[in-house]
Design a protein around this ligand. Structure first.
Ligand SMILES: C[S@@+](CC[C@H](N)C(=O)[O-])C[C@H]1O[C@@H](n2cnc3c(N)ncnc32)[C@H](O)[C@@H]1O
Length: 271
């Protein structure tokens, strides 16, 4: 399993264990960095992200294809609000968590969106922090095939100079150009949310550096004092990884420098 997948599952697990949600997306902080940098603030911001996403789902939408559905947390909350949701995602592990929490009969497909095959059709495709994993042109072609009305995306793009060259994780401009070239959809709204998302990393770093790292440092010192041989073994196996806990990554600044996080709604152009 790739490290990025593990990191995602850890985020979802924390959301599931602490708040009972299972969100694998970042937090949304419209009022900026909160006063208290806690896991609780993070959980509230993940819920706020979901509410922001729901705000832009067009009137009258009922059938949703949740692409990159994580542990099914968004799907569960959407179903509770009366929507008919189908999930497609390649992570077998997270899909198992989704099946466990979603009502019987909810479709959860183990597939990459690019390769998803179904006769079903939906009003919209929904991408909650999942669009950037998928090849841009293939994703838009699949949205054209499956969504009768359009798509909603809450996700990040790379800023110019930081784009990946493989069709995923491109720039916002490349996305706009691809939508225009395809000609199937028009942009209804397209908001820059970067400033409201970056507090996520301030909280991550604070929990890691200010809370977990000092505890681990004390734990290592105690181990060394009381159980020198076991401590020696632990240091040999994990010492370098544990040392990293004390390093500051500056990820909030780096994220905003290299990415822009946007909430985008596309609507099918009448043919
Ligand atoms: C950051 S998580 C977001 C999960 C969920 N949407 C949420 O908001 O909690 C990204 C999700 O995209 C999925 N994913 C990655 N590549 C994908 C692909 N090619 N097609 C569909 N989903 C993909 C991952 O398995 C994961 O479920």
């Amino acid at each position: 399993m790739k490290l990025k997948n593990l990191e995602l599952e850890a985020t979802a697990l924390m959301s599931e264990v602490i708040f009972g949600h299972g969100f694998a997306h970042y937090g949304y902080f419209p009022d900026g960095v909160p006063e208290v940098l806690s896991a609780e603030a993070m959980g509230r911001a993940q819920q706020a992200y979901f509410e922001k996403l729901v705000e832009v789902i067009p009137e009258g939408v009922t059938r949703v294809l949740d692409v990159g559905s994580g542990t099914g947390a968004n799907a569960k909350a959407l179903i509770a609000r009366g929507l008919d949701v189908t999930c497609v995602s390649p992570s077998v592990q997270m899909n198992e968590m989704a099946r466990a929490k979603l009502p019987d009969g909810t479709g959860v497909y183990d597939a990459l969106f690019e390769e998803f095959e179904s006769d079903a059709r939906f009003d919209i495709c929904l991408f909650a922090e999942s669009f950037h994993y998928i090849d841009l042109e293939k994703a838009l072609a699949q949205v054209d095939r499956y969504a009768t009305r359009g798509m909603v995306m809450f996700d990040y793009f790379r800023r110019p100079g930081f784009a990946h060259g493989d069709g995923t994780r491109g720039t916002h401009q490349a996305f706009l150009d691809a939508v225009a070239a395809q000609g199937a959809f028009r942009i209804v709204s397209d908001e820059d949310m970067t400033d409201a998302i970056t507090p996520t990393f301030v909280i991550h770093e604070s929990i890691k550096n200010d809370k977990v790292a000092p505890f681990v440092t004390r734990f290592r010192a105690e181990m060394a004092r009381e159980y020198p041989w076991r401590a020696w073994l632990m240091e040999k196996m994990l010492g370098r990884v544990l040392d990293k806990l004390n390093r500051r990554t500056g990820r909030a600044e780096k994220f905003a420098r290299e990415h822009e996080y946007r909430l985008v709604v596309l609507e099918r152009v009448a043919s």
